[in-house]
Design a protein around this ligand. Structure first.
Ligand SMILES: *Cc1c(COP(=O)(O)O)cnc(C)c1O
Length: 386
């Protein structure tokens, strides 16, 4: 099936992804790079994106859940791989047997990791997470000495090796926010304490995309960009992707499935929130909130049809939305571009984020499995020029 025979498609440009990884590595030249591929690589496809990121020099991949990490191993990934969002009863033993670095924020998790390592007859690779101020996962500074002591004791029993000490920023997407320096100070103290108690980690790391792009002092041994790998900006304050030589990886488009003339005064879509101001042409786009198009785009979502910017008319439904072509003609099968790099005048993920009061992160990540992913630029030889 060729692309244009599909109802809709999310084209994922792996050549752009590789270039983004190279651009990020150039920003953090002394650190290793972990490409974060959680949530199916922010909707782009974890396996192909993980492979492309490794080709461009990402020595680590990161996921949230152990299931995501194990899926990468099942698909053949063999490099350093870390996951950090654990629930009791999760597959610790499978992860340890698959050589995945597991993250621990508290004593319950350290115990589960040690028990699984003993059962597997393996030395678990464990990274200790410090809550330096985000207030989410991570060990509170007050509890840190106990966690460090317990981890050191488990190391001495031969059950595990502490491979990393790490934390996560709350406000790195707001450069200059006072919490940034406060978190860095807590991190340095916590690392110093752990090292003084005998832990000897391979990697110390804190930097997400905004910190990788704007805060060199946060790079330590490893940076962990996610959204920037996909060429989407973390925030308006950080800037647009092009400011950093990043290129959007995903282009979401569809084929018009109906084009028809209607009289003025015609209600459009559920609730008749849009009524045609005069005789006009309505085009039907076969994408809706089941595909991940936010219902909040009703009346606001920007698209490009035949080189002209248009806006979603009326409500986004589960499977479709309508665009008023203002009397212009179009044909069934014509392409409608929702977002992409912007080169052809199409909106970007950042434009959709503004129009729907969210972040570029959510715009790309929510595109559902019903939209086929089409991979281009698989290798530099065939796709590098695309
Ligand atoms: C998602 C995530 C990242 C990547 O964040 P971006 O803002 O997308 O770069 C890094 N580290 C952790 C712990 C995360 O959960």
């Amino acid at each position: 099936m060729s692309e244009t025979q599909m109802r809709a498609r999310a084209v994922v440009d792996l050549a752009a992804l590789r270039e983004n990884v190279r651009a990020l590595r150039a920003r953090a030249p002394r650190a290793e790079l972990m490409a974060v591929v959680k949530a199916d690589a922010y909707g782009h496809g974890a396996v192909p994106c993980g492979r492309a990121a490794r080709e461009a020099g990402a020595t680590w991949l990161g996921t949230a859940t152990p299931q995501e990490a194990l899926a990468l191993r099942a698909a053949g990934d063999r490099g350093r791989l870390m996951c950090w969002l654990w629930a009791p009863g999760d597959p610790w033993r499978e992860a340890i047997e698959a050589d995945i670095d597991v993250s621990v924020s508290g004593l319950w998790a350290l115990r589960e990791a040690e028990a699984a390592a003993v059962a597997a007859g393996r030395v678990a690779r464990v990274q200790l997470k410090i809550d330096t101020g985000l207030g989410r996962n991570g060990c509170q500074p007050a509890d840190w000495p106990d966690l460090v002591a317990a981890a050191r004791a488990a190391e001495q029993r031969g059950a595990l090796k502490v491979t990393g000490l790490w934390s996560h920023f709350a406000c790195a997407d707001e450069p200059g926010h006072p919490s940034i320096q406060a978190q860095l100070a807590v991190f340095r103290d916590s690392v110093g304490h752990a090292e003084a108690r005998g832990l000897d980690p391979e990697v110390r790391h804190m930097a997400n995309s905004p910190a990788t792009l704007t805060l060199p002092e946060s790079h330590f041994d490893l940076v962990r960009p996610g959204i920037a790998v996909y060429g989407v900006s973390p925030s308006a304050e950080i800037g647009v992707p092009g400011d950093f030589g990043l290129r959007p990886v995903m282009t979401l488009s569809a084929s018009l499935v109906s084009v028809k003339r209607v009289p003025g005064g015609h209600g459009v879509s559920y609730g008749h929130k849009y009524v045609t101001p005069g005789e006009t042409t309505l085009a039907l786009v076969p994408l809706g909130y089941a595909d991940g198009i936010p219902r909040a785009a009703s009346g606001t979502g920007p698209v490009l049809i035949s080189g002209k910017p248009r806006t979603v008319a009326g409500r986004v439904a589960m499977d479709q939305f309508v665009v008023d072509l203002g009397g212009d003609d179009a044909a069934v099968g014509d392409e409608v571009v929702l977002f992409g790099p912007g080169d052809r005048g199409e909106p970007t993920a950042e434009d959709w984020a503004r129009a729907t009061n969210t972040l570029g992160y959510e715009v790309v990540t929510r595109i559902s499995a019903r939209v086929p992913r089409v991979y281009v630029g698989e290798s530099d030889a065939t796709g590098g020029a695309a």
